[in-house]
Design a binder for this molecule. Structure first.
Ligand code: AMP
Length: 282
């Protein structure tokens, strides 16, 4: 496994791989690996001849006052874990390599990037689509792997790829959870013991929604209300939103039919967490 820090080097690797007619897979990450990341890496490893994992804590997707500076980083641990999964290249550029001081090029998927998480984080998805576009241009993957954990991000990336006639196949893989159901996230590290216990309420609220729907409830407002009450009853939790939407286009679904994505964002103490489930009635 080779660590690559510069654009010049990664371009050389890509040129060679393409010349050899090999398929290339990319797993974009911000590092501090957990089983969620590793599930993407394993799937990509099975699919592709050459596997590049990028590790880049992307400043443009963090808002003012967010956790860019404190975001957990541990390259030597990530490196060991990646090596065990037979990753070929880790691309770890410096911020200055990706963003020159006069940097001005941004990609935005309008509309979708301002709803749900985008309401409180207005520039977040613009940062995500910009860095993913840059990584796709540099690495030219045949397939790129994302987690359903960030369901809105996955929809936005698919839309960018489709609207801008981009090449990579986008594969979205299931959420990997802790034993109590909490979705794995690098940010779970911020939680105190007490907060960590409270955080389980997010998945419990999603399961509650699933039960209500299984019991015949089809009114999304009523399901949202039950979830909201449950989350608000947890004293360390502050709900940001509950959304019941079409998983393809994130349109609000007042009535639950066919298939819905139920997504939540909440703060547990100071830590903002997101989670979701898809409920399929078909
Ligand atoms: P991050 O490093 O948090 O930006 O995540 C990198 C990729 O891993 C994204 O596509 C995430 O959606 C995915 N991911 C993060 N957490 C999980 C999880 N618990 N299960 C599955 N995929 C995940």
């Amino acid at each position: 496994m080779k660590i690559i820090n510069t654009i010049a080097e990664i371009r050389n690797v890509v040129t060679r791989v393409k010349k050899d007619g090999k398929t290339l897979g990319l797993v974009p990450t911000m590092g501090y690996f957990h089983e969620g990341h590793l599930s993407l890496i394993r799937e990509a490893r099975r699919d592709c001849d050459v596997l590049v994992v990028s590790i880049f804590v992307n400043p443009t997707q963090f808002g003012v006052g967010e956790d860019y500076k404190t975001y957990p980083r541990d390259l030597s641990r990530d490196r060991r874990l990646a090596e065990k999964e037979y990753v070929d290249y880790i691309f770890v550029p410096e911020v200055s390599e990706m963003y020159a001081p006069d940097y001005a090029g941004f990609v935005e998927v309008e509309g979708l990037s301002r709803i749900m998480c985008g309401k409180n984080r207005p520039d977040h998805f613009r940062g995500v689509t910009t860095v993913v576009m840059k990584l796709f241009n540099l690495i030219q993957p045949d397939a790129a792997y994302f987690g359903q954990k960030d369901a809105q991000q996955a929809v936005i990336i698919r839309k960018m790829v489709s609207d801008l006639n981009m090449n990579p196949e986008i594969r979205v893989l299931p959420i990997v959870r802790e034993e109590d159901g909490l979705a794995m996230s690098s940010r779970n590290k911020y939680l105190s013991t007490e907060e960590r216990k409270s955080a389980a309420v997010l998945y419990k609220a999603l399961l509650k929604a699933q039960d209500e729907i299984a019991g015949g409830e089809r009114d999304a407002a009523k399901v949202s209300k039950k979830m909201t009450e449950m989350i608000q009853s947890e004293k360390l939790a502050r709900l940001d939103y509950v959304a019941i939407v079409d998983p393809e286009n994130l349109n609000t679904k007042p009535t639950i039919d066919r298939i819905v994505l139920i997504a939540i964002a909440a703060r547990i103490g100071k830590t903002r967490l997101i989670d979701n489930i898809t409920v399929n009635l078909r």
